[in-house]
Design a protein around this ligand. Structure first.
Ligand SMILES: Cc1ncc(COP(=O)(O)OP(=O)(O)O)c(N)n1
Ligand SMILES: Cc1ncsc1CCOP(=O)(O)O
Ligand SMILES: [Mg+2]
Length: 197
């Protein structure tokens, strides 16, 4: 099983703020950076997480995740088109996969992931998506279909909505802007840790 709380950040500076509070499982989702900068940021995140006994998930960049000896990788459906799953597994990486509909879920489960993420459960402002809102009832359906693979709820999560996601069947809740756009991210992180304890 994976931890119940899974924040996502775009820079290791956020890890410096979140890890001392007790965050144990976190994703670095870094877009649009040159390769050298990306490598340095991911290595920094890896070292920070190791120093705090936390697990870091690398988003997208599977070759760097292998090169840097990271522990976890998250891939979306488009990422799966080009990723070398055999090389990822041979490197000992644990793998999380995004899903949005039942075809994608079947494809994801065939890859034997360590979790599947369903999103957006609620509308998200982070990025434009083909899907508007899956709803908590989809979490309940996914839980039945997931064959025991841990289910991560993502998209529009908030401290207030997290209990609804768990009640519907999510094993873990993943979140970006409810923390990063909050006026007091540390206080919000403490609330998250409390509600996901
Ligand atoms: C936990 C989690 N779930 C979903 C995503 C989205 O992945 P993807 O569809 O590849 O989109 P990008 O994040 O790469 O824009 C995620 N990163 N983490
Ligand atoms: C990356 C991603 N994939 C599905 S929803 C989402 C964004 C989640 O961000 P937020 O928690 O701010 O809605
Ligand atoms: Mg991706």
């Amino acid at each position: 099983m994976i931890p119940r709380f899974y924040p996502i950040f775009d820079h290791p500076d956020w890890l410096r703020r979140a890890l001392p509070l007790g965050v144990e499982f976190v994703q670095l989702r870094i877009k649009d950076q040159p390769q050298g900068r990306l490598r340095a940021l991911l290595a920094e995140g890896r070292d920070l997480c190791r120093a705090h006994g936390a697990q870091m998930v690398v988003n997208d960049h599977w070759e760097l995740a292998i090169e840097l000896g990271c522990d976890w990788l998250h891939l979306g459906q488009e990422d799966l088109e080009t990723a070398d799953l055999a090389a990822i597994r041979a490197a000992g990486l644990k793998l999380g996969l995004s899903t949005h509909d039942e075809d994608e879920l079947a494809r994801a489960l065939a890859a034997r992931p360590d979790y599947v993420a369903l999103g957006p459960v609620w509308p998200t402002i982070l990025k434009k998506m083909k899907w508007h809102q899956q709803g908590v009832e989809t979490l309940t359906r996914w839980k039945q279909l997931c064959q025991g693979v841990p289910l991560v709820a993502i998209g529009g999560l908030s401290v207030e909505r997290a209990p609804l996601a768990f009640a519907a069947g999510a094993d873990c809740v993943s979140v970006v802007t409810d923390i990063t756009l909050n006026a007091d991210p540390e206080a919000r992180l403490r609330q998250w840790l409390e509600v996901t304890r």
